[in-house]
Design a protein around this ligand. Sequence first.
Ligand code: FAD
Length: 468
Amino acid sequence: TPTLLWLRRDLRLSDHAALEAAVARGGPVIPVYIRDHLTDALGAAPKQRLDMALEVFAETLEAKGSRLILRAGPAREVLEDLVRETGAGAVYWQRLHDPQAVERDTRVKSALKDAGLEVRSFPGQLLFEPWGVATGQGGYYRVFTPYWRAVKDRAVPEPLAAPADLPAPARWPGSDRRADWALSAPMRRGAAVLRAHVAAGEAAALTRLATFARDRIARYAEDRDLPAEDATSDMSQYLTTGEISPRRCWHAGLRARAAGKPGAETFLKELAWREFAAHLAWHSPELLSDNWRPEWRDFPWDANPERPEVLAWKQGRTGIPFVDAAMRELYVTGRMHNRARMIVASYLTKNLLAHWKIGCDWFADTLVDWDPASNAMGWQWVAGSGPDAAPYFRVFNPETQAEKFDPDRIYRRRWLAEGQAQPPDTALAFYQAIPRSWQLAPSDPPPTPREDPKRGRQRALDAYQTFR
Ligand code: FAD
């Protein structure tokens, strides 16, 4: 009988345990992507990135004589329909770990099992399943360094090769047309701009990883903090869609370390931060929805997302050039350098005293690498409310950070048009992407700071003192 291969955040052919097992089971393999409530809940940029990933993945499958079947509706009903239509005897998928996906998958699994199907879920989204890493007392890790010590020398199997053949069924079930899903529509004007900045697909991911490991990993430890440099791996968007597996990235790091490349260890450690985020989200799902440290629920965050200062933050016109450059990079490319993420998050949660959830939500709408666990952990880390967080009183000063990490102003000039006689295309692309209602033009004078960073800092520290 055929096997339904339910694809979610694993749009690749190589190093795919569920696909490997489906082929090994014998019989036709029917790859399916379901647009259910979790797809519909995605933000605009993640949705567009998914659209691009589905497009490339369907082509990859077709080149192998297979297809990607698209269906919309509640996952359980869609899978039950497909079982009826195809006579499938098994449903396989790769496990996810965020609370909403876990809840859905648990329900689907028991319903399909009750219907007599063979249902199997496989690892592959993470290097280490969250329940497989425990402290000496049997609990979960709340601090990164001991987590890192616990996992860093674990054996990680070599990635699997893509199967040579994907046996096709005699008759394919019907599929929706991807274009009809209009997953790029919420991006509106930004869609074309974003498309130009993203190379989707497994092949693009593998090429990018190979060039990173060859040319950049040796200097990664020094250069990864310089936002003007193309010094990091850019793997996050591919890990989010599953166009590459974490094992593939891990082994690239191990090989570079064995070859004596000094940045390799730091790269492995960053991959472990992604694992740590998933570990935390699985063991304490409230990380995604609330202040992780319960006492922080009483902190006087300003929860109004419509405040003019907060809107100016979203629109990249706070008047603090480093913050504005970063927010525009985000809007244009769907990405933001990690150093810049920390600085804009600190500015929002400390200088503006805005609730970290406002920023977390904005990133969920605008990042192509959006991941529920890494995003929430990142925000709560900066805000001070999370596990192993930066202490609240560590307020990043965006001006000294800019002097240190963007000393030649290359990053700021790349993204800010105002005040430049001939702004680069990157800076101008922002105006093609933003809604017209923002009423911004490259000929505008540079925005003046709405907030004195020193005063904002002091207000944050005062609020913290009172709260303590
Ligand atoms: P590299 O520097 O090449 O790192 C390699 C890989 O390690 C990354 O691809 C990523 O998978 C992982 N990694 C690196 N740093 C972190 C980190 N701090 N936390 C978790 N994993 C990490 N990352 C996301 O993938 N999705 C998010 O939604 C996200 N939101 C963030 C929000 C805030 C406020 C902050 C401070 C960080 C956030 N990060 C998020 C983490 C980090 O900024 C990105 O993973 C990184 O910038 C991606 O670029 P890269 O792939 O070139 O990273």
